[in-house]
Design a protein. Structure first.
Length: 214
C-alpha cells in the first residue's frame, strides 16, 4: 500500500517554521479589487459557469461567517462545501482517499477528524503570522482531504476565510493555483510567503482592506 500522505503532512506540518513567514502590514485603504470573486467570475466561469456560481455562493457564505466571527471548524467547512458541490447532507469521508491520479493516499484513523478540528483551530493563533495561518489552513484542507471531491476548491475558501476574518482580501488568487505536496516543508513555507507577497501588493494598490465586523 502507498504511503499515508496525511500522516506525512502531519509530520511535515510540525517541521515548518511558520513564524518565519512575513506578516502583512496593516491595510489602510478600501478594497478596489476582489481577487477571489474575480477568479471565480473570470477563469472559473470561462470553464464552467455552474461551478463558478456555486463557488461565488460559497464565497458569499464564508464571508458572512467571517463577519460574524465564526471559528473555522469542519462543520463550517461542510456548509460551504455543500454549496461548492451542489449537494445536501454532505458527510466527511469514511475511508482512505486518493488524489493526483491515485499517487497520493490520505489515510483515515479514529482520530483523523479530531486532529483536523485541532489543526483548523490553529488558524486563529495570533502568535503565527496571518499569511502562514492562511497557507497552513489551505494545506490542512488539501491533505486531510475531508471530502471525496472538491477539496482544492474548499482549501482556497479556507485560505481566503482566514484572511477575511482579519480584514484582509487578496487582490488576486491565480498565483496560488499550483500543485502542492505533503512532503514539502519548503513549499509549505513558500506558500505562506506568496500569500504575504500578494497581500502586500494589494496593500500598495489599495486592494487589501475589507470592512471589519460592525
Amino acid at each position: 500500500m502507498s504511503a499515508d500522505c496525511l500522516a506525512v503532512w502531519c509530520r511535515v506540518r510540525q517541521q515548518v517554521d511558520w513564524r518565519a513567514a512575513p506578516e502583512v502590514p496593516a491595510p489602510v485603504r478600501p478594497a478596489v479589487v476582489d481577487g477571489p470573486a474575480a477568479w471565480y467570475g473570470g477563469p472559473v466561469r470561462a470553464r464552467d459557469p455552474e461551478r463558478a456560481d456555486r463557488l461565488l455562493a460559497a464565497l458569499a457564505l464564508s464571508r458572512a461567517d467571517a463577519a460574524r466571527g465564526e471559528p473555522l471548524t469542519p462543520a463550517l467547512l461542510g456548509r460551504w462545501q455543500e454549496l461548492v458541490l451542489g449537494v445536501r447532507g454532505l458527510r466527511l469521508r469514511g475511508s482512505d482517499a486518493f488524489a493526483k491520479g491515485g499517487r497520493e493516499r490520505y489515510g483515515l484513523t479514529p482520530g483523523t477528524w479530531q486532529d483536523f478540528a485541532g489543526c483548523l483551530r490553529e488558524s486563529a493563533d495570533p502568535a503565527v503570522p496571518l499569511p502562514a495561518r492562511a497557507a497552513r489552513a489551505y494545506l490542512d484542507v488539501a491533505f486531510f482531504h475531508p471530502y471525496p471531491d472538491g477539496n482544492a476548491r474548499l482549501a482556497l475558501l479556507a485560505l481566503t476565510y482566514v484572511l477575511e476574518s482579519e480584514g484582509v482580501r487578496l487582490p488576486e488568487v491565480g498565483p496560488l493555483q499550483t500543485t502542492r505536496y505533503p512532503d514539502d516543508p519548503a513549499g509549505a513555507l513558500d506558500l505562506a510567503v506568496l500569500v504575504a507577497v500578494l497581500g502586500r501588493a494589494g496593500g500598495a494598490s489599495g486592494a487589501l482592506t475589507v470592512p471589519g465586523p460592525g
